[in-house]
Ligand binder design. Structure first.
Ligand SMILES: [Zn+2]
Length: 409
């Protein structure tokens, strides 16, 4: 009989499917939400979920149930038997309580002297130069060369140049500035070779045939995107613990990367976290991270910061707005430059994140400005005197941050 029961027990255990999680994610520990019990009102939870986070209300129907005094959140989407996490709303007051978090809002910082020349004093800012550079660009797909005797355009090196300018300029204004990387090298210790098994498992989990081609492309994405961004997230959440993170990128228009040619659009937009699809919310870790952002109420900081910085950047860059069609990006206010989108970096960095996507690198003018490099002063480009592209990018951000913190503290 004993043997029979042991056998039955094993059968039950192996019937529990592996949780459905994002690339290189880990199954969440739902008890980490316990400190947030009764901190958010029902009204605010529903507002944030519907207004910014879920792409549409139908998409979370079978994953999150809103009741009068609580939200029930499914713990494992492919195994409902695991049950629901019971998140109680704050009911004794109409206002939500302060939530546990490591970052500070401007009102939590000491007041400024009226004419202070250091408006960012007391603030810790993480600057995240998107992608990687040097010999690593081969694995990153964010580089190209057009024409003979030209400098190759490499996003991961351009973002690092902007990050170093910001480090200097924001420090002069009083901020403590920490970069997630100071060199072209990746932060992650993983490499494509070490991720083969994970790539195979991930494909099987998604019911895809793990052909050698698909394993290779998945391992490449796991290295350059998932593992790299998650490593930066660990660094940011456990060591840097900033009040704000700035994710720097340069945009590019879609094209055939084998035969690069110039494309005509050139534009600017900023992203805050939001716009989760049903498929994304179905991933247990992604759903957990979304709920964590809602409970920490990063939305208000992200939006207010992005709103002000976007307008300063438009002045500096003179670029028109980019528009999403409402699927993977959606609008949350009346600023046409600001969009909500769910990206790994703005989801797993647990503080307010402003994510920048100015300039299309494969636009003729931007390519020409990259060729000019980081020159001092102004140079005439197409009849207009302009700063070098890196300083211009950084100046838009700096002006926005100064304005925001002068206004809010
Ligand atoms: Zn990028």
């Amino acid at each position: 009989m004993a043997a029979f029961f042991a056998g039955a027990g094993q059968a039950v255990a192996s019937d529990t499917p592996k949780p459905h999680i994002a690339r290189l994610g880990t199954a969440p520990d739902w008890s980490e939400l316990d400190p947030f019990q009764k901190t958010i009102t029902r009204e605010e939870f529903v507002y944030l979920l519907q207004h910014c986070y879920a792409r549409s209300p139908e998409e979370f129907d079978d994953l999150i149930h809103i009741q009068e005094d609580r939200a029930l959140i499914l713990k494992q989407s492919n195994f409902p038997e695991k049950g629901w996490y019971d998140l109680r709303f704050r009911t004794q007051n109409h206002l939500s309580a302060d939530a546990p978090k490591f970052w500070k809002r401007p009102v939590d910082l000491p007041d400024l002297e009226p004419n202070s020349t250091r408006p960012l004093e007391g603030l810790t800012i993480a600057v995240d130069p998107g992608h990687i550079g040097g010999k690593w660009v081969t694995w990153d797909d964010r580089h190209f060369k057009i024409g003979k005797d030209t400098i190759e355009v490499r996003e991961g090196e351009m973002t690092l140049t902007v990050a170093k300018i910001l480090e200097r300029d924001l420090s002069l204004l009083g901020a403590r500035v920490i970069l997630t990387r100071y060199t072209n090298d990746p932060v992650t210790e993983e490499r494509i070779e070490t991720l083969q098994e994970e790539a195979r498992d991930y494909l099987k989990q998604r019911n895809l045939v793990p052909s050698s081609g698909l394993i290779a492309s998945t391992a490449k994405k796991m290295f350059a995107i998932s593992s790299e961004i998650r490593s930066r997230g660990d660094l940011l959440n456990t060591t840097i613990q900033p009040d704000l993170a700035l994710c720097l990128h340069f945009n590019a228009s879609p094209w055939n990367s084998r035969r690069p040619t110039f494309r005509s659009p050139n534009h600017l937009h900023l992203l805050i976290n939001g716009c989760y699809s049903g498929g994304e919310m179905r991933e247990d870790d992604t759903r957990f991270e979304m709920i964590m952002r809602i409970l920490q109420r990063v939305y208000y900081e992200e939006l207010a910061l992005s709103d002000i910085i976007a307008n300063k950047m438009r002045k500096e860059t003179r670029l028109p707005a980019f528009h999403y069609d409402g699927t993977n990006g959606m609008s949350v206010n009346d600023n046409e430059l600001v969009w909500a989108r769910n990206l790994l970096a703005n989801r797993v960095f647990f503080c307010p994140v402003v994510f920048f996507e100015p300039y299309c690198m494969n636009h003729r003018e931007i390519h020409a400005r990259v060729q000019e490099g980081e020159y001092p002063g102004l140079r005439e480009i197409d009849g207009i005197y302009r700063k070098n592209i890196y300083q211009e990018y950084a100046d838009g951000i700096t002006a926005g941050l100064v304005r925001y913190y002068r206004q809010k503290r």
